[in-house]
Ligand binder design. Structure first.
Ligand SMILES: NC(=O)c1ccc[n+]([C@@H]2O[C@H](COP(=O)([O-])OP(=O)(O)OC[C@H]3O[C@@H](n4cnc5c(N)ncnc54)[C@H](OP(=O)(O)O)[C@@H]3O)[C@@H](O)[C@H]2O)c1
Length: 337
């Protein structure tokens, strides 16, 4: 961030490590560049990958501390370029690219990454959407090419990704099964699944095979999930299985992308042997897609689920809550009261 004297409140990392590196204090205000929009931040969404970044374990890490965290933002435009499609006073939401910064009073964000905030929901609800919505939109439309009538299994149906994915898949017309603990079976049904699977007592394989598996759990579930996809179907994994295409879209060279994605080889082989496509996407910011998503929200097709809200001083507490792995829907940081 380039400061010119003006300061603002923010939550930031002072280094990589545990929650002891998460600080609250003043940092220089961002300066709006020729193609960016200055936004007065109302709320910011919290995502599990931030804990991986905080620990210094993400494959592409920022280097200059303090690092203001937060990918997902909802707020009001303070200043925008004349040709940006936005003007002071507009309510907007967006997803930041490889730089972060939403846990701050103000942020400068390229106009192409913003969309008008859905009118029917609050800023906190809007801030809960960008990452989970874009990831799922890109996974369903650009990767899995999910169509009406297909069967879909969502691993981790009760979390941020899952709650959005269930609703988008039902909107597309898919037949949706999703996994969660006993505690979340009624919740899954309230979000709209056709079949809720209790992973503590039931096998997701038995309810398959599926045309598409959308896997927010991964780890030990990648191989059995691939084996529960019908030949000709698609597997999309989200946790630590990002593929070459994703890393190239993220800005890595093809050589670096191949190196980072090499650990997926056993998964790619298993998928190939079964005649299944293997996908490991990474979220791509996209204001145009967020505009389409806002239209679905305002049409009542998709509803955000915010279960916990923390103050800007309490980002470490938000990370503790996220690290339990038990989040229902989304966690949000309220930047304005
Ligand atoms: N590749 C990408 O670009 C990308 C983008 C977004 C997210 N992700 C990743 O995708 C994963 C999911 O994201 P998220 O935002 O949905 O996380 P989240 O909100 O933290 O997910 C929490 C949910 O996971 C469920 N869960 C935990 N273990 C489970 C299991 N074994 N089987 C089924 N459900 C289980 C929990 O339900 P119960 O309490 O009922 O178990 C809880 O509701 C994360 O690892 C995240 O980092 C990747």
């Amino acid at each position: 961030m380039n400061g010119k004297g003006k300061q603002m409140k923010a939550a930031f990392l002072t280094g990589f490590g545990g929650n002891d590196v998460v600080a609250y204090g003043e940092v220089p205000e961002p300066v709006r560049t020729a193609d960016s929009v200055l936004v007065d931040v109302h709320a910011a969404g919290v995502n599990p990958v931030e804990i991986v970044i905080r620990q210094g374990l993400f494959a592409a890490l920022p280097e200059n501390f303090p690092i203001v965290m937060g990918f997902d933002v909802s707020g009001t435009v303070l200043d925008a370029p004349a040709n940006s499609g936005f003007k002071a006073g507009d309510d907007v939401y967006g997803r930041l690219p490889n730089v972060y910064g939403a846990y701050a009073e103000r942020i400068a964000i390229p106009s192409a990454l913003l969309a008008s905030k859905p009118k029917t929901i609050t800023h906190q609800e809007a801030a809960s959407l960008p990452t989970v919505a874009l990831t799922t939109w890109q996974s369903f439309f650009e990767r899995a090419r999910l169509v009406a009538g297909e069967s879909l299994l969502i691993q981790a149906g009760a979390g941020g990704i899952g709650t959005f994915a269930i609703q988008l898949a039902k909107h597309i017309g898919a037949n949706v099964a999703a996994t969660a603990s006993a505690n979340n079976q009624d919740f899954l049904r309230s979000v709209g699944v056709d079949k809720a699977i209790n992973y503590e007592t039931e096998s997701f394989e038995e309810a398959g095979p599926y045309d598409v598996v959308y896997d927010g759990v991964c780890g030990d579930l990648v191989l059995p999930s691939i084996r529960s996809v019908k030949p000709g179907g698609r597997y999309v994994g989200l946790r630590r299985v990002s593929d070459e295409r994703a890393w190239i879209e993220y800005g890595q060279t093809p050589e670096a992308a191949a190196r980072i994605a090499a650990h997926n080889l056993p998964y790619r082989k298993a998928a190939e042997e079964r005649g299944v496509e293997f996908h490991g996407p990474l979220t791509r910011p996209d204001g145009g897609q967020l505009a389409e998503i806002a239209a679905l929200v305002d049409a009542g097709q998709i509803k955000p689920f915010v279960s916990q809200v923390f103050g800007l001083r309490d980002v470490a507490k938000a990370y503790d809550a996220m690290a339990t792995g038990r989040t229902r829907g989304k966690i949000v940081v309220a930047v304005k009261d």
